[in-house]
Design a protein around this ligand. Structure first.
Ligand SMILES: [Zn+2]
Ligand SMILES: [Zn+2]
Length: 302
Protein backbone atom coordinates (compact mmCIF):
# COMPACT_ATOMS: atom_id res chain seq x y z
CA UNK A 1 0.00 0.00 0.00
CA UNK A 2 2.73 2.38 1.04
CA UNK A 3 4.60 1.72 -2.21
CA UNK A 4 1.53 2.59 -4.24
CA UNK A 5 1.28 5.97 -2.56
CA UNK A 6 4.94 6.79 -2.81
CA UNK A 7 4.68 5.93 -6.51
CA UNK A 8 1.70 8.23 -6.92
CA UNK A 9 3.48 11.09 -5.14
CA UNK A 10 6.48 10.65 -7.45
CA UNK A 11 4.22 10.85 -10.51
CA UNK A 12 2.55 13.97 -9.14
CA UNK A 13 5.89 15.61 -8.35
CA UNK A 14 7.05 14.93 -11.92
CA UNK A 15 3.85 16.40 -13.38
CA UNK A 16 4.09 19.47 -11.14
CA UNK A 17 7.65 20.22 -12.22
CA UNK A 18 6.57 20.24 -15.85
CA UNK A 19 3.86 22.85 -15.40
CA UNK A 20 5.83 26.03 -16.04
CA UNK A 21 4.02 28.07 -18.66
CA UNK A 22 6.96 29.80 -20.30
CA UNK A 23 9.91 28.34 -18.43
CA UNK A 24 10.69 31.65 -16.72
CA UNK A 25 8.69 31.34 -13.53
CA UNK A 26 8.64 28.36 -11.20
CA UNK A 27 5.37 26.45 -11.14
CA UNK A 28 2.99 26.95 -8.24
CA UNK A 29 3.46 24.31 -5.56
CA UNK A 30 1.23 23.13 -2.74
CA UNK A 31 3.16 22.12 0.37
CA UNK A 32 1.17 20.30 3.04
CA UNK A 33 3.00 21.29 6.22
CA UNK A 34 0.72 19.43 8.61
CA UNK A 35 -2.07 16.93 7.89
CA UNK A 36 -3.22 16.46 11.47
CA UNK A 37 -6.19 17.28 13.65
CA UNK A 38 -6.49 17.46 17.46
CA UNK A 39 -5.13 13.88 17.85
CA UNK A 40 -1.59 14.06 19.28
CA UNK A 41 -0.13 12.01 16.43
CA UNK A 42 3.62 12.65 16.27
CA UNK A 43 3.64 11.97 12.51
CA UNK A 44 0.85 14.42 11.71
CA UNK A 45 1.38 17.96 12.89
CA UNK A 46 -1.28 20.63 13.08
CA UNK A 47 -3.19 21.54 9.93
CA UNK A 48 -1.27 24.02 7.79
CA UNK A 49 -0.76 24.27 4.04
CA UNK A 50 1.43 26.58 1.97
CA UNK A 51 0.77 27.66 -1.59
CA UNK A 52 4.17 28.69 -2.95
CA UNK A 53 4.25 30.98 -5.98
CA UNK A 54 7.40 32.64 -7.33
CA UNK A 55 9.22 32.21 -4.02
CA UNK A 56 6.42 33.66 -1.93
CA UNK A 57 4.56 31.47 0.55
CA UNK A 58 0.86 31.93 1.29
CA UNK A 59 -0.15 29.93 4.36
CA UNK A 60 -3.55 28.44 5.02
CA UNK A 61 -4.17 27.75 8.71
CA UNK A 62 -1.55 27.54 11.43
CA UNK A 63 -1.85 24.40 13.50
CA UNK A 64 0.68 23.43 16.18
CA UNK A 65 4.27 23.42 14.95
CA UNK A 66 3.64 25.50 11.82
CA UNK A 67 6.95 27.41 11.90
CA UNK A 68 9.06 24.29 12.49
CA UNK A 69 7.16 22.43 9.77
CA UNK A 70 7.88 25.34 7.41
CA UNK A 71 11.55 25.10 8.41
CA UNK A 72 11.50 21.38 7.56
CA UNK A 73 10.07 22.20 4.11
CA UNK A 74 12.78 24.85 3.69
CA UNK A 75 15.37 22.18 4.46
CA UNK A 76 13.75 20.10 1.71
CA UNK A 77 14.56 22.91 -0.73
CA UNK A 78 11.62 25.32 -0.58
CA UNK A 79 13.32 28.62 0.26
CA UNK A 80 10.02 30.55 0.42
CA UNK A 81 9.24 28.72 3.67
CA UNK A 82 12.16 30.18 5.61
CA UNK A 83 10.77 31.41 8.95
CA UNK A 84 11.36 35.11 8.34
CA UNK A 85 9.60 34.84 4.97
CA UNK A 86 6.30 33.74 6.56
CA UNK A 87 4.31 36.92 6.12
CA UNK A 88 0.75 36.05 5.20
CA UNK A 89 -1.85 33.55 6.43
CA UNK A 90 -5.45 32.76 5.52
CA UNK A 91 -7.36 31.12 8.35
CA UNK A 92 -10.30 28.85 7.56
CA UNK A 93 -11.95 28.91 10.99
CA UNK A 94 -11.02 29.38 14.61
CA UNK A 95 -10.97 25.78 15.89
CA UNK A 96 -7.92 25.42 18.14
CA UNK A 97 -6.25 22.71 16.03
CA UNK A 98 -6.10 25.25 13.16
CA UNK A 99 -4.93 28.21 15.23
CA UNK A 100 -2.68 26.94 18.04
CA UNK A 101 0.30 27.84 15.88
CA UNK A 102 -0.91 31.42 15.46
CA UNK A 103 1.22 32.90 18.28
CA UNK A 104 4.13 30.89 16.84
CA UNK A 105 3.53 32.48 13.44
CA UNK A 106 3.24 35.96 14.98
CA UNK A 107 6.35 35.87 17.18
CA UNK A 108 8.88 33.25 16.00
CA UNK A 109 9.50 34.72 12.49
CA UNK A 110 9.94 38.14 14.13
CA UNK A 111 12.54 36.79 16.56
CA UNK A 112 14.21 35.21 13.52
CA UNK A 113 14.39 38.51 11.65
CA UNK A 114 11.05 39.26 9.99
CA UNK A 115 10.55 43.03 9.84
CA UNK A 116 7.11 43.08 8.24
CA UNK A 117 3.90 42.73 10.23
CA UNK A 118 2.06 39.44 9.68
CA UNK A 119 -0.95 39.85 7.39
CA UNK A 120 -3.71 37.59 8.75
CA UNK A 121 -6.98 36.97 6.90
CA UNK A 122 -9.84 35.14 8.58
CA UNK A 123 -13.36 35.13 9.95
CA UNK A 124 -14.95 37.36 12.59
CA UNK A 125 -13.30 36.63 15.93
CA UNK A 126 -9.75 36.59 14.55
CA UNK A 127 -9.25 40.20 15.60
CA UNK A 128 -10.22 39.42 19.19
CA UNK A 129 -8.04 36.29 19.25
CA UNK A 130 -5.13 38.37 17.95
CA UNK A 131 -5.47 41.09 20.55
CA UNK A 132 -5.58 38.48 23.34
CA UNK A 133 -2.37 36.92 22.02
CA UNK A 134 -0.74 40.35 21.80
CA UNK A 135 -1.65 41.01 25.42
CA UNK A 136 -0.46 37.58 26.56
CA UNK A 137 3.03 38.09 25.10
CA UNK A 138 3.33 41.84 25.85
CA UNK A 139 6.16 41.35 28.33
CA UNK A 140 8.08 39.17 25.89
CA UNK A 141 7.88 41.87 23.21
CA UNK A 142 9.11 44.48 25.70
CA UNK A 143 12.10 42.41 26.81
CA UNK A 144 13.11 41.48 23.26
CA UNK A 145 12.77 45.03 21.93
CA UNK A 146 14.27 47.01 24.81
CA UNK A 147 16.77 44.43 26.05
CA UNK A 148 19.98 43.16 24.56
CA UNK A 149 18.24 41.27 21.77
CA UNK A 150 17.38 44.58 20.09
CA UNK A 151 14.55 42.97 18.13
CA UNK A 152 12.99 45.19 15.46
CA UNK A 153 9.96 47.30 16.32
CA UNK A 154 7.61 46.04 13.61
CA UNK A 155 7.83 42.31 12.90
CA UNK A 156 5.69 41.16 15.84
CA UNK A 157 2.70 43.22 14.70
CA UNK A 158 -0.33 41.74 12.95
CA UNK A 159 -2.67 43.34 10.44
CA UNK A 160 -5.94 41.45 10.77
CA UNK A 161 -8.28 41.39 7.77
CA UNK A 162 -11.81 40.20 8.46
CA UNK A 163 -13.05 38.24 5.47
CA UNK A 164 -16.39 37.46 3.88
CA UNK A 165 -17.15 35.19 0.94
CA UNK A 166 -15.62 36.57 -2.28
CA UNK A 167 -12.20 37.77 -3.37
CA UNK A 168 -10.23 38.53 -0.20
CA UNK A 169 -6.72 39.11 -1.55
CA UNK A 170 -4.93 39.81 -4.80
CA UNK A 171 -1.32 40.49 -5.80
CA UNK A 172 0.89 39.85 -8.83
CA UNK A 173 1.13 36.14 -7.94
CA UNK A 174 -2.31 35.12 -6.81
CA UNK A 175 -6.00 35.87 -6.40
CA UNK A 176 -7.51 34.37 -3.27
CA UNK A 177 -11.26 33.79 -2.99
CA UNK A 178 -12.99 32.65 0.20
CA UNK A 179 -16.15 30.55 0.10
CA UNK A 180 -18.39 29.49 3.00
CA UNK A 181 -18.33 25.85 4.11
CA UNK A 182 -20.50 23.80 6.51
CA UNK A 183 -18.68 23.09 9.73
CA UNK A 184 -21.38 22.15 12.25
CA UNK A 185 -22.16 24.82 14.79
CA UNK A 186 -19.42 27.23 13.70
CA UNK A 187 -21.08 30.43 12.54
CA UNK A 188 -18.28 31.04 10.06
CA UNK A 189 -15.93 28.59 8.37
CA UNK A 190 -14.33 29.08 4.96
CA UNK A 191 -12.55 27.27 2.21
CA UNK A 192 -10.16 29.09 -0.12
CA UNK A 193 -9.48 29.12 -3.84
CA UNK A 194 -6.00 30.19 -5.01
CA UNK A 195 -5.65 31.15 -8.66
CA UNK A 196 -2.12 31.68 -9.97
CA UNK A 197 -0.82 32.01 -13.52
CA UNK A 198 -0.48 28.23 -13.89
CA UNK A 199 -2.76 26.56 -11.37
CA UNK A 200 -6.10 26.67 -9.60
CA UNK A 201 -5.96 25.22 -6.09
CA UNK A 202 -8.92 24.74 -3.77
CA UNK A 203 -8.73 23.99 -0.05
CA UNK A 204 -11.87 22.75 1.66
CA UNK A 205 -10.95 23.63 5.23
CA UNK A 206 -13.04 21.65 7.72
CA UNK A 207 -16.45 20.88 6.28
CA UNK A 208 -19.33 18.50 5.85
CA UNK A 209 -20.02 17.95 2.12
CA UNK A 210 -20.98 21.20 0.43
CA UNK A 211 -21.68 22.31 -3.15
CA UNK A 212 -19.49 25.34 -2.48
CA UNK A 213 -16.41 23.13 -2.83
CA UNK A 214 -17.73 21.71 -6.13
CA UNK A 215 -18.38 25.23 -7.45
CA UNK A 216 -14.99 26.57 -6.34
CA UNK A 217 -13.03 23.66 -7.83
CA UNK A 218 -14.92 23.01 -11.09
CA UNK A 219 -12.05 21.13 -12.76
CA UNK A 220 -9.32 22.74 -10.64
CA UNK A 221 -5.73 21.46 -10.66
CA UNK A 222 -5.59 20.47 -6.99
CA UNK A 223 -8.42 19.99 -4.51
CA UNK A 224 -7.35 19.53 -0.91
CA UNK A 225 -10.22 18.00 1.02
CA UNK A 226 -10.64 16.69 4.54
CA UNK A 227 -12.11 13.27 5.43
CA UNK A 228 -12.91 11.12 8.47
CA UNK A 229 -12.98 7.36 8.96
CA UNK A 230 -16.54 6.24 9.83
CA UNK A 231 -15.22 2.83 11.03
CA UNK A 232 -13.89 4.48 14.18
CA UNK A 233 -14.95 3.09 17.55
CA UNK A 234 -16.18 6.56 18.58
CA UNK A 235 -18.68 6.53 15.73
CA UNK A 236 -20.80 3.95 17.57
CA UNK A 237 -21.78 6.74 19.91
CA UNK A 238 -24.82 8.74 18.72
CA UNK A 239 -23.42 12.16 19.59
CA UNK A 240 -20.16 11.45 17.74
CA UNK A 241 -22.13 10.15 14.77
CA UNK A 242 -24.05 13.40 14.69
CA UNK A 243 -20.85 15.40 15.21
CA UNK A 244 -19.05 13.83 12.23
CA UNK A 245 -22.17 13.99 10.05
CA UNK A 246 -22.50 17.75 10.55
CA UNK A 247 -18.82 18.80 10.87
CA UNK A 248 -16.85 16.53 8.52
CA UNK A 249 -16.90 14.45 5.30
CA UNK A 250 -17.06 10.65 4.99
CA UNK A 251 -15.27 8.70 2.22
CA UNK A 252 -18.58 8.14 0.37
CA UNK A 253 -19.40 11.84 0.55
CA UNK A 254 -15.86 12.76 -0.49
CA UNK A 255 -16.12 10.47 -3.52
CA UNK A 256 -19.28 12.21 -4.64
CA UNK A 257 -17.88 15.70 -4.06
CA UNK A 258 -14.70 14.84 -5.97
CA UNK A 259 -16.59 13.31 -8.92
CA UNK A 260 -18.63 16.47 -9.26
CA UNK A 261 -15.71 18.85 -8.62
CA UNK A 262 -13.44 17.04 -11.18
CA UNK A 263 -10.01 18.03 -9.78
CA UNK A 264 -6.95 16.91 -11.73
CA UNK A 265 -5.59 15.76 -8.38
CA UNK A 266 -7.45 15.22 -5.12
CA UNK A 267 -5.26 15.53 -2.02
CA UNK A 268 -6.95 14.15 1.09
CA UNK A 269 -5.67 15.98 4.18
CA UNK A 270 -6.74 16.59 7.79
CA UNK A 271 -7.55 12.87 7.89
CA UNK A 272 -9.47 11.92 11.03
CA UNK A 273 -8.13 8.37 11.24
CA UNK A 274 -10.02 7.52 14.42
CA UNK A 275 -7.14 5.43 15.80
CA UNK A 276 -7.24 3.10 12.77
CA UNK A 277 -4.41 2.62 10.26
CA UNK A 278 -4.37 5.11 7.38
CA UNK A 279 -4.88 2.16 5.00
CA UNK A 280 -8.38 1.63 6.40
CA UNK A 281 -9.43 5.12 5.28
CA UNK A 282 -7.48 4.77 2.02
CA UNK A 283 -9.31 1.53 1.10
CA UNK A 284 -12.68 3.19 1.64
CA UNK A 285 -11.83 6.21 -0.50
CA UNK A 286 -10.45 3.94 -3.23
CA UNK A 287 -13.83 2.24 -3.46
CA UNK A 288 -15.59 5.58 -3.78
CA UNK A 289 -13.34 7.54 -6.11
CA UNK A 290 -11.60 6.41 -9.30
CA UNK A 291 -9.87 9.70 -10.17
CA UNK A 292 -6.26 10.59 -9.38
CA UNK A 293 -5.82 11.15 -5.68
CA UNK A 294 -3.38 10.87 -2.82
CA UNK A 295 -3.64 10.62 0.96
CA UNK A 296 -1.37 13.47 2.09
CA UNK A 297 1.56 13.04 4.43
CA UNK A 298 3.23 15.91 6.29
CA UNK A 299 5.64 17.84 4.05
CA UNK A 300 4.16 16.36 0.87
CA UNK A 301 4.53 18.64 -2.18
CA UNK A 302 1.84 18.51 -4.85
ZN1 LIG B 1 -9.87 20.69 12.15
ZN1 LIG C 1 -12.68 22.47 12.63
Amino acid sequence: MKKFFLGLVAVVATCASGLAVDGAAAPTRVVVLGTGNPAADPDRWGPAVAVVVNDRAYLIDCGPGVVRRAAAAEKNGIAALKAKELKIVFITHLHSDHTLGYPDLIFSPWVLGRKEALEAYGPAGLKSMTSHIEKAWKEDVKVRRRGLEQANATGYKVNVHKIRAGVVYRDANVTVTAFPVKHGTWKEAYGYKFETRDRKIVISGDTAPTDEVVKACDGCDVLLHEAFNPHGEELKDEHWKEYFRTFHTSPAELGEIARRARPKLLVVYHQSLEKLPEEDLVEQIKKEYAGEWVSARDLGVY
